[in-house]
Design a protein around this ligand. Structure first.
Ligand SMILES: [Zn+2]
Length: 331
């Protein structure tokens, strides 16, 4: 990431950070909280770079020794905390942070410590970090990156400046997909729909077989629920309960897109308004197999199932009722 201007979205947060750099009013510790893949790490990396940029402005110059070593991963004043176990342990904090905090930076203003997945610090690790946070040396800046900062101790949270990162606007994700990933505008909107405001998710989907596999699995499940006998539909629902949650969510999201497209096609009779134009034939067939009203019933049921699943509802029961609703509302 070369500059704040390269980052998609989060303009308010970026402006606040630039303002702090310009006025020399940076805090000792920040929490960047928000969903995976929306840009927290990019903002943190650019902020870390700009803090020690020798030009001393609110964007990194990308030419001074500090910026160049930062990009090469050899900047001596920058520490990206890593961990081997599932949790960040007290050993990780002691060896990578506490052991390096007491010496001032070499040829720079700040020592910057970034802790990705900071909410994975166990209690001992958090207490070890707290010791430094209570009386931080002038030159130290911590950037704690979290998906759920409420897992951190109150005593840590109260010492940090908190910035909450929201999912990106879908138009931002679409633009990114068109400009940076060179996708056509139709597939860009399709992927953006599944990426739910996360460029990280967008990138991993466009490069993965999994996304298209999940989609075709969802199309098969939907069509088979319409055309199979009841016993088969029950056994399909039984199968779905074994899905990992990301796959189940992908299938349900695809169901939403299928029903939405089938409704649009039913109402307009024109395939150009359908979002998943690569599946035009399948969408047409599905729309022929339902009355408009039936599609709305399925849409409502899907909405209900999604909501109940996120509240830890019984997967088997919910998928069963969903597939049965699809079947009952087919011609
Ligand atoms: Zn620089």
């Amino acid at each position: 990431m070369n500059a704040f201007t390269d980052i998609v979205g989060h303009k308010n947060i970026i402006n606040a950070l630039k303002h702090a750099v310009k006025n020399g009013s940076t805090a000792h510790a920040y929490i960047f909280d928000g969903p995976v893949g929306v840009g927290k790490k990019s903002v943190a990396a650019t902020f870390a770079k700009v803090l020690n940029c020798e030009r001393g402005e609110s964007e990194p110059c990308n030419r001074c020794k500090s910026c160049l070593t930062f990009d090469a991963g050899t900047n001596v004043n920058y520490y990206g905390i890593t961990h081997e176990k599932k949790n960040i342990t007290v050993g990780d904090i002691r060896t990578q942070i506490n052991a390096n905090v007491s010496y001032p930076p070499q040829n720079g203003k700040y020592k910057v410590f970034t802790v990705p997945d900071a909410d994975l610090m166990n209690i001992e690790a958090q207490n070890a970090l707290l010791k430094t946070l209570e009386e931080p040396p002038e030159y130290v800046v911590f950037l704690l990156i979290c998906t759920n900062y409420k897992r951190l101790l109150h005593t840590i949270i109260s010492r940090c400046m908190i910035y909450k990162f929201m999912p990106l606007a879908s138009s931002d994700v679409i633009n990114y997909a068109v400009e940076n990933l060179k996708l056509g505008s139709e597939s860009a909107s399709l992927y953006a729909r599944y990426a739910s405001g996360s460029i990280g998710k967008l990138k991993s989907m466009t490069g993965s077989e999994e996304f298209s596999e999940i989609r075709s699995r969802a199309f098969n499940l939907f069509s088979n629920s319409e055309t199979s006998d009841i016993v088969t539909v029950y056994s399909m629902a039984e199968d779905m309960k074994k899905y990992e949650s990301n796959i189940l969510n992908g299938v349900l999201d695809t169901f939403f897109s299928i029903v939405r497209d089938a409704i649009v096609y039913k109402q307009t009779g024109n395939i150009k308004y359908v979002m998943q134009s690569d599946m035009a034939n399948e969408i047409k067939e599905i729309s022929f197999r339902h009355e408009l009203e039936g599609l709305f019933v399925i849409f409502d049921e899907l909405y209900k199932v999604k909501k109940r699943l996120s509240a830890n509802g019984d997967v088997a029961l919910l998928t069963e009722s969903l597939l049965m609703t699809i079947k009952e509302n087919s011609k």
